[in-house]
Design a protein around this ligand. Structure first.
Ligand SMILES: [Zn+2]
Length: 253
């Protein structure tokens, strides 16, 4: 059998971590991508923090919507949804929404939060999702992957070290919105909470759009659960940060 890096460097168990820093490009991504798993982790006593990279200011097709009002609305929606999932620790980087994220700045911002909070795991959208067109997602996922891999090195993002935050090694990086899942988390007991959390984002999901999304998510998660002898799962890609460099078959682990 062909040697694979995950046979030498095992896939870690996300449900046994102590503190997970969940990172989302926009308000609502975490609920859609991993709301059930997050609620399950919170219930089991794992500390959960949510960091939102953008302020959600581009989340409308209506040019008459006031962006300042929209930002406030999306913050309120996020606080309500996070409360349902058991997340009480919310942080914001506050970058403008809409596809123009400055990569180096968000990499520094995410590294600062990792070094400040010292989470054992990081959960973010998968930047290697095929056909992902939104660069906020690609840049947030890549900057987080890079920070998770390198935040323990003192010469990576040195400006953050100069601020007084020491290097910190993360043990686990997990991705939602992934095409290459390797971990299927039974979320039968928290699925309703996930759907209710999505419903909190009324500025993004009027009933028709929200119902379509929830039906799709439920059908997909039910189909994936069949192989795992449970009712419903969320599919994640879970890796050690060490998998994130030079290993050609890491995407298959
Ligand atoms: Zn998004």
């Amino acid at each position: 059998m062909k040697p694979r890096i995950c046979d030498f460097l095992p896939i870690p168990d996300l449900l046994k971590t102590e503190h997970v820093l969940c990172i989302q490009p926009h308000p609502d991504d975490l609920e859609i991508g991993a709301g059930g798993a997050v609620a399950r982790m919170s219930r089991s006593g794992i500390k959960v923090t949510c960091l939102t990279v953008t302020n959600g200011s581009a989340g409308t097709k209506d040019p008459s919507v006031n962006q300042h009002d929209l930002i406030q609305t999306r913050q309120r929606e996020t606080i309500k949804a996070s409360g349902l999932l058991g997340i009480n620790d919310l942080m914001w980087l506050g970058f403008a929404d809409g596809g123009n994220l400055p990569y180096e700045e968000i990499r520094i911002g995410i590294t600062r939060v990792i070094r400040k909070l010292k989470p054992s795991a990081v959960l973010v959208c998968d930047p290697w999702l095929p056909y992902e067109a939104h660069s906020d997602h690609i840049r947030t996922g890549k900057a987080t992957a890079e920070a998770a891999f390198l935040a323990g090195m003192p010469y990576f993002c040195p400006s953050v070290i100069e601020e007084g935050f020491k290097p910190h090694d993360v043990d686990i990086i997990a991705f939602y919105y992934t095409a290459y899942p390797n971990t299927f988390i039974d979320v039968s007991e928290t699925w309703k909470l996930k759907l209710a959390a999505i419903d909190c984002h009324t500025s993004q999901f009027p009933p028709d759009k929200g119902n379509l999304l929830k039906k799709y998510l439920t059908a997909k998660a039910s189909e994936q659960a069949e192989k795992h002898n449970c009712e419903i799962v969320e599919a994640l890609k879970v890796l050690s940060p060490g998998h994130l460099h030079i290993f050609e078959e890491a995407w298959q682990c």
